[in-house]
Design a binder for this molecule. Structure first.
Ligand SMILES: [Zn+2]
Length: 491
């Protein structure tokens, strides 16, 4: 696979299927006895679709639940490994690479962050990386992530500690797997939480939701110090190490004031490839509806292209079985940032639903009425008009007959499944925007349809999915009066 480093040459689909983002539209890779597991055939079909859309890297988070001593001997991890190997096979057959992203030091179900300044814990960290390198030797790219979750501020750890540790891990990986690529991420304000994350007295690095927001403190002196150190340290990383750096050191990648990262990006790009890792553009977290956030997506791509020699970046999803249009648009946003996203959507639905498919496109942006991380559009529409439009959309979707229809592009799952899911959301949002809906019944319906797995999952350290579900319900109860975003980010 030869590729230049020109803008958009690296088009990464990042499917975050970690255990705190599970839902009916995301593969359940970590709880084999619970709903939403995928077959190998599902995975092959998914990868074929993503390659067909134009992605050339499939990325996933090898989550803390799998990052503990002897993990690879556990039955649930063995199944996980087997499916990752299927993904690798299918991706390689479709000329795609696969990337495993790992939090550099965060371990186990409790998301415990180990301290690299404790020799014994450093040893554990390095052994865990080694275990995974030995287990997945065909992995194309290893992506070293600072957190979230994670980050250490104990025992003198700072952002520079993360840079040193990344360098050590990167060299360990390259020694073992000389053909693997390395990416190191600056995610956060920058370098999420290292040296600044707070905890209560006696804290030992375990994950505490209430303190996560402290990891986002932006301190200009800290930024200057750690980014200067990263530049100085770059020659010690394996040759060709890619640095993931957004336009801005904040959750929405906005290049504002002292959080503007563009000058650093340009400096790094003199010696190393760079790409963005903009997590907020396509979906946010746990605001599960059909998405249509393409105005900002394409604006951001154009800004990236003008800002620094980025070779590409991630397009994130936690709902690959639902937000198929977003995947299509996101791949195109790197292939051609000047594309017209409305026209792309129309072309997509004509190919997927037949010649009348494009008729639904004018209504799809209304699914974005709920403010969310990365999406702050304010819709000037009354509840009555919204209700009327959702009913119209439901009627268009109901009248389509796709039983004998062959789509012009391969999508996963089938066009008929996709039609039914859009119809579910059109009906659901129409019902939610009636004059006096039964919110209790509708809430149960939504949870059953989207989040049934939460009836069986052990209580998780991250409470945000529950918060987000309830937020969506209350948005409709109060119709736009409460316009704070869904609690998708640590704020
Ligand atoms: Zn530490």
């Amino acid at each position: 696979m030869n590729e230049s480093d020109s803008f958009g040459s690296r088009r990464i689909i990042y499917n975050n299927f970690t255990e705190h983002l599970l839902n009916a539209y995301n593969p359940n890779m970590t709880y084999p006895d619970l709903p939403y597991t995928w077959s190998d055939e599902d995975w092959r079909s998914e990868i074929k679709m993503l390659a067909g859309f134009g992605f050339n890297v499939f990325s996933f988070w090898l989550a803390p639940r799998l990052f503990f001593t002897n993990a690879v001997q556990q039955p649930f991890v063995k199944r996980y490994i087997s499916q990752i190997r299927t993904i690798l096979d299918e991706a390689h057959a479709n000329n795609m690479k696969v990337e495993a992203l790992l939090c550099v030091a965060t371990m186990g179900d409790e998301w415990q962050t180990l301290c690299p300044n404790c020799p014994e814990q450093l040893n554990t960290i390095l052994n865990l990386w080694e275990m995974w390198a030995d287990t997945l030797p065909d992995m194309d790219i290893w992506h070293i992530f600072p957190g979230d979750p994670g980050a250490c501020s104990l025992n003198g750890c700072t952002a520079n500690t993360f840079i040193d540790l990344s360098c050590q891990v990167a060299n360990l990986l390259t020694k073992k797997l000389p053909n693997a690529e390395i990416t190191v991420n600056t995610w956060g304000p920058p370098i999420f939480g290292w040296g600044i994350i707070e905890g209560p007295k006696g804290w030992k690095g375990e994950f505490l939701q209430d303190y996560q927001v402290s990891a986002w403190k932006h301190i200009p002196e800290r930024t200057n110090e750690c980014m200067t150190y990263l530049l100085k340290k770059l020659p010690d990383f394996p040759k060709g190490t890619c640095i993931a750096i957004n336009l801005g050191f904040n959750p929405d990648s906005k290049p504002e004031g002292t959080m503007d990262a563009r000058a650093w990006a340009r400096e790094i790009a003199k010696t190393n490839p760079i790409q963005t890792w903009d997590f907020s553009l396509t979906e946010g977290e746990n605001c599960i509806t059909p998405h249509f956030r393409f105005e900002r997506l394409f604006q951001q791509r154009k800004m990236e292209r003008e800002s620094a020699p980025y070779r590409g970046g991630i397009c994130y999803t936690m709902t690959p079985l639902l937000n198929i249009l977003s995947l299509y648009e996101a791949a195109h946003s790197f292939l051609n940032p000047d594309d017209d996203y409305m026209q792309l959507a129309k072309d997509f639905y004509n190919k997927v639903f037949g010649e009348n498919g494009s008729q639904i496109v004018e209504d799809l942006p209304l699914f974005e009425v709920i403010p969310d991380w990365g999406h702050y559009a304010n819709f000037d529409i009354s509840k009555q008009d919204f209700n009327r439009r959702m009913k119209m959309l439901a009627s268009k979707l109901s009248s389509m007959d796709l039983r004998d229809f062959t789509p012009q592009i391969h999508i996963h799952p089938s066009p008929e499944y996709h039609r039914k899911e859009l119809l579910f959301f059109a009906n659901f949002m129409a019902a939610m925007s009636e004059s006096s809906p039964d919110f209790n019944a509708l809430s149960k319906q939504y949870k059953k349809h989207v989040y049934e797995i939460y009836e069986y999952l052990p209580s998780h350290v991250d409470p945000r999915p529950d918060l987000a579900m309830n937020k969506m319900i209350t948005f409709f109860k109060n119709w736009k009066e409460d316009s704070s975003p869904t609690p998708g980010k640590w704020a």
